[in-house]
Design a protein around this ligand. Structure first.
Ligand SMILES: Nc1ncnc2c1ncn2[C@@H]1O[C@H](COP(=O)(O)OP(=O)(O)OP(=O)(O)O)[C@@H](O)[C@H]1O
Ligand SMILES: [Mg+2]
Length: 422
């Protein structure tokens, strides 16, 4: 839970966090007066000032300055001036969401009126800290996101700090409407969380053309990530954001890492269970982009049925669900399987063949209507790509670049920007 800050509020109106108890103080958008007229909240500043409770009642509606900066005035340079103050620069509008490592707010840039998302870094959840006391996962996320530029990856503008930069740091991002998981859920979004539009809902399946568009965007983002030698390690629908226009963007790079060839050892405790690849579940510690591609296969299936396709209750159950859907590994399809650290720990009844065809309905490309019962249809090429993503052996799993060149994106129905909202 984030520490008390001058933005925290007892007012629950703008929150929808499932009743999570929060430590909060009255909101305050007022700016501290600094004698020298400069922000005293630069990254280098240190002294702690917990004056949240002493501040006067805030004016909620701050005037928005829309006058453009004078061309001769020096732009803010974080290298010279440190990070800007969140209170100087942004007006908080509402609470958007909360993850394990951050609380996300919707805010307005006071200078330009632009709407942004601020991810407030939680300081007390990451056991790995720099010696200055900054969470390492947040530091990695910021560094990686600043080094990636792609229309399907969320854009980070800057870092800003609160009164005490040692425990109040925000990542300023472009503001998206909601995440893909919420967009697939009935009533996702809505008036709560400061949103004005409502997701189409779970019972209205996506058309083939819409699924194709989303898959192309996700794969384009991952192709960019992988080509820059990063592996995301937490691909899932709640880490894919949806824009009002239908554009989607990958976010949450807190678990992302650089990979090398040949693969070096990394922890196998990555990726949310339902999206975790079989090699990770069997203890593989030398891995690369293939683990992200498995997750994309899970998302492909999820887009078709608007529900996660393998909802394991634990690692063993997850393995069972994978083998039930795709068959068990054999010496032919996965010769290296037997040498995985946990391969000898479980006994499997051999199961040939895959259930994939029974689970996902295939129709000719000319068939455009969405399926009944909330399920989208897929053409033969789409089904082939699904199988190539959900391939047990990571060596045979399709890469993001090859998937983008797959005939699924050349043949059949044309891609169409999804209509996420009612
Ligand atoms: N730029 C954004 N615009 C709108 N909503 C966002 C934005 N960034 C994040 N969110 C929302 O906030 C949620 C949490 O953000 P994020 O996944 O970055 O946090 P986290 O703490 O690292 O999450 P996790 O629990 O997955 O580790 C997202 O699932 C999404 O719903
Ligand atoms: Mg997340």
């Amino acid at each position: 839970m984030p520490k008390r800050d001058r933005w925290s509020s007892d007012d629950e109106d703008d929150r929808d966090d499932g009743g999570r108890a929060r430590d909060s103080a009255p909101p305050d958008h007022s700016r501290r007066n600094d004698d020298d007229g400069q922000s005293s909240t630069e990254c280098a500043a240190s002294g702690s000032r917990d004056d949240a409770g002493l501040l006067p009642t805030p004016t909620i509606e701050m005037p928005i300055t829309t006058t453009p900066a004078h061309p001769l005035r020096r732009m803010h340079n974080p290298l010279l001036d440190g990070c800007r103050s969140v209170y100087d620069s942004y007006e908080r509008l509402s609470h958007l969401d909360e993850g394990t490592y951050g609380v996300v707010w919707k805010a307005r840039d006071k200078a330009t009126g632009e709407i942004v998302a601020l991810k407030q870094i939680k300081f007390d959840v990451d056991p790995d800290m720099t010696k200055e006391g900054f969470p390492i996962s947040a530091l990695r996320e910021i560094g990686i996101l600043l080094s990636l530029r792609h229309e399907c990856i969320v854009t980070v503008r800057e870092m800003v700090v609160g009164d005490n930069p040692r425990d109040e740091v925000y990542m300023v991002m472009e503001c998206m409407e909601m995440d893909l998981q919420a967009a697939m859920t009935t009533g996702g979004g809505g008036g709560g969380r400061g949103r004005t539009i409502v997701a189409r809902g779970a019972n209205t399946p996506f058309a083939q053309s819409e699924v194709k568009f989303m898959m192309h965007q996700i794969l384009s983002a991952l192709s960019h990530v992988h080509s820059r030698w990063f592996v995301h390690r937490d691909i899932k629908t709640s880490n894919i954001l949806v824009h009002e226009t239908g554009r989607i963007a990958l976010c949450d790079f807190g678990l992302a890492r650089k990979y090398e060839v040949p693969y070096r050892k990394m922890t196998q405790m990555v990726v949310t269970l339902w999206y975790r690849s079989p090699e990770l579940l069997f203890g593989e510690s030398r891995y690369g982009p293939e683990i992200d591609m498995w997750s994309v296969g899970c998302i492909f299936g999820e887009l078709l049925i608007k529900d996660a396709i393998m909802k394991g209750t634990g690692e063993l159950d997850q393995i069972q669900k994978i083998f039930h859907l795709l068959g068990t590994p054999t010496d032919d399809n996965w010769p290296e399987f037997a040498s995985l650290p946990n391969a000898g720990m479980f006994k499997w009844r051999g199961r040939d063949g895959s259930e994939l065809g029974r689970r996902f309905s295939v129709k000719s490309p000319s068939f455009t209507a969405a399926g009944g019962g909330g399920q989208s249809y897929l053409d033969g090429a789409g089904f082939d790509l699904l199988g190539k993503l959900l391939t047990l052996n990571p060596r045979d799993r399709i890469s993001a670049d090859d998937a983008l060149c797959h005939k699924y994106f050349e043949e059949g129905v044309r891609m169409r920007v999804p209509d996420f909202f009612t």
